[in-house]
Design a protein around this ligand. Structure first.
Ligand code: ATP
Ligand code: MG
Length: 191
């Protein structure tokens, strides 16, 4: 029997990879969660349909990605849960979607430090965060969606929140604190 499958999603810069890198390294977590880095998987196995030159990204081949991820989930060792990490993970089959959120102002600062990010790309992402784009996409595909406002949280607290959500669901409880709808950043859209 496979364990729980968690889609860990969120706008670029919200901290998905940072969370998963820690989980992979820390003895408390590394034997509990298997991480699937979707960006790496797509690039390593060329699971894309082509390149979007304007947005400077690759377009994932969602059909092939879905098949491959399903195969990988089946290979997760017994007793472990699987975390699908990436900003398109909410489009893949999962038992729960966790959306990491960070205030658009904080995101602008974080993404502004990425040398490969143009001004337009920083703005596009921070505006998408302000408009709840990924959250809306997530609730359209699943009714088990939770969000964590990481803005003023350190890494350990974010990880504890992720684990708390997963553990609550396993006990049949709804982690009310993380239900969507408590975050409103509409006033942070840049005009
Ligand atoms: N809780 C946090 N508080 C402050 N800074 C953070 C926090 N989590 C991550 N960061 C910083 O934010 C930046 C972006 O984090 P990260 O690369 O993990 O985001 P990501 O969600 O994986 O983005 P992408 O979708 O582009 O891969 C990094 O510089 C990281 O150090
Ligand atoms: Mg990342």
């Amino acid at each position: 029997m496979t364990g729980t499958v968690i889609a860990l999603t969120g706008t670029p810069g919200t901290g998905k990879t940072t969370v998963c890198e820690f989980i992979k390294e820390h003895s408390l977590y590394r034997d509990k969660y298997r991480i699937i880095d979707l960006h790496k998987l797509i690039m390593d196995e060329k699971l894309y349909t082509g390149r979007d030159e304007i947005r400077d990204t690759y377009n994932a081949d969602m059909e092939r990605l879905r098949v491959r991820v399903t195969e990988l989930i089946e290979q997760t060792p017994v007793g472990m849960d699987t975390i699908l990490e990436g900003h398109i993970s909410h489009y893949l089959p999962a038992d729960v979607i966790i959306v990491l959120r960070a205030s658009p102002i904080a995101l602008r600062k974080r993404l502004g430090k990425r040398r490969e990010y143009s001004y337009e790309k920083v703005k596009e992402n921070s505006d998408a965060e302000a408009l709840d784009v990924i959250l809306v996409e997530s609730v359209e595909t699943s009714d088990r969606v939770f969000e964590i406002n990481t803005t003023d949280m350190n890494l350990i607290s974010v990880i504890k929140s992720v684990v708390e959500i997963i553990d609550s669901l396993k006990k049949g409880k709804v982690p009310e604190e993380y239900l969507p709808g408590k975050i409103d950043w509409i006033d942070q859209v840049e005009l």
